[in-house]
Design a protein around this ligand. Structure first.
Ligand SMILES: *[C@@H]1O[C@H](CO)[C@@H](O)[C@H](O)[C@H]1NC(C)=O
Ligand SMILES: *[C@@H]1O[C@H](CO)[C@@H](O)[C@H](O)[C@H]1NC(C)=O
Length: 314
């Protein structure tokens, strides 16, 4: 279970919460995630994305996938066969073999592009673009990027930091591509684009980590802020922002579901209302006194979250 703390802008729902007239058009939600995987199991096909609400799926199920060969290697814990390995890249429920050798970030970008291009823009789109970048890849080659991109970063002395920069810049370009395609389809005006990550960077070179969480202490898999306190970004014309704003309010990863569900119109299924999730829209407070902050400023009422429970809890 990933426990993540995010501090970010809460303005995203301002437009929707006060837009209850019948003309409401559910927004397109483009959720871009740096280094995520399908973390909800795959031991039966019923657990995989296309059986759990997604129309299509292209991606992998385990962490540490090779950027080019799309393989995963893991230990089995069994004495006779200590490890297993193979391609972990799927199109729907089929293993995708014929794209081996293609750089994962390019493949995801191309797929996102095709989904948007082929989408009927008058219907809302939910696109979850979970990149392998900027995670480390397979252990025998944790950092991989095309040579021509790596060579753009010659000013970075350390070769691994240089490759890490290349991995990051390709993801950056990918986000640009997504914006351009949405623009070409006239979908941007009614889009909410999120860019988030799941934890702080790995900084231990022995684990292939060349990230930095400075000035925060700690790293991935620690409970220091460097492991759990993350920047995130929301871009949307629906925010009605006068100008960009940085929020230091507290948000937890579990707040995304009710927040985005609300933003999408919250139609039907009432059960989310009664869930234990904190509901952002209910906390909206009108703050006309704050200049350039958009029409409405949502104030987070979250003051804490559970980070870890000892095994003997209860
Ligand atoms: C995935 O499968 C679909 C449906 O068969 C196909 O249209 C698409 O091109 C495939 N994607 C890749 C990347 O091979
Ligand atoms: C797009 O969706 C709208 C609304 O559901 C529908 O009226 C229209 O026929 C669709 N267009 C295409 C090309 O399928």
């Amino acid at each position: 279970m990933r426990m993540i703390l995010l501090l970010l802008s809460f303005l995203l729902l301002g437009a929707e919460c006060h837009n209850t007239d019948n003309g409401f058009k559910p927004p397109h939600i483009i959720f871009i995630f740096a280094d995520d995987l399908w973390n909800l199991g795959y031991f039966k096909k019923e657990y995989t994305p296309t059986y759990r609400g997604f129309d299509t799926f292209l991606g992998y199920m385990n962490p540490f996938i090779g950027y080019y060969d799309h393989t995963h290697v893991d230990s089995t814990g069994l004495p006779r066969q200590s490890k297993f390995e193979g391609i972990d890249f799927y199109n729907g429920t089929s293993i995708l073999k014929d794209r081996q050798g293609e750089y994962a970030t390019y493949l995801f970008t191309e797929t996102a592009e095709n989904i948007i291009k082929n989408h009927n823009a008058s219907k809302p789109l939910f696109l979850y673009l979970a990149h392998l970048a900027v995670h480390t890849g397979n252990f025998y080659k944790p950092l991989e990027a095309p040579a021509e991109v790596i060579s753009k970063f010659k000013h970075i002395e350390d070769i691994n930091r240089r490759i890490q920069a290349a991995i990051t810049s390709i993801m950056d370009d990918s986000i640009g591509v997504v914006f351009r395609v949405l623009h070409a389809k006239n979908m941007l005006d009614n889009s909410i684009i999120l860019f988030v990550s799941d934890n702080g960077g790995e900084v231990n070179p022995a684990l292939g980590g060349y990230g930095s969480n400075y000035p925060l202490r700690g790293k991935k898999q620690t409970f220091w802020e460097g492991g759990i306190h993350l920047p995130a970004l929301i871009w949307s014309p629906l925010l009605n922002l006068g100008k960009p704003r940085i929020s230091q309010q507290l948000m937890h990863v579990t707040d995304w579901l009710p927040t985005l569900y609300k933003a999408a119109g919250n139609r039907g299924q009432q059960h989310l209302h009664s869930s234990m999730h904190w509901r952002l829209c209910d906390k909206l407070v009108q703050r006309k006194d704050i200049k350039n902050a958009g029409h409405f400023l949502a104030i987070s009422k979250r003051v804490g979250y559970i980070q870890n429970l000892p095994d003997d809890f209860m």
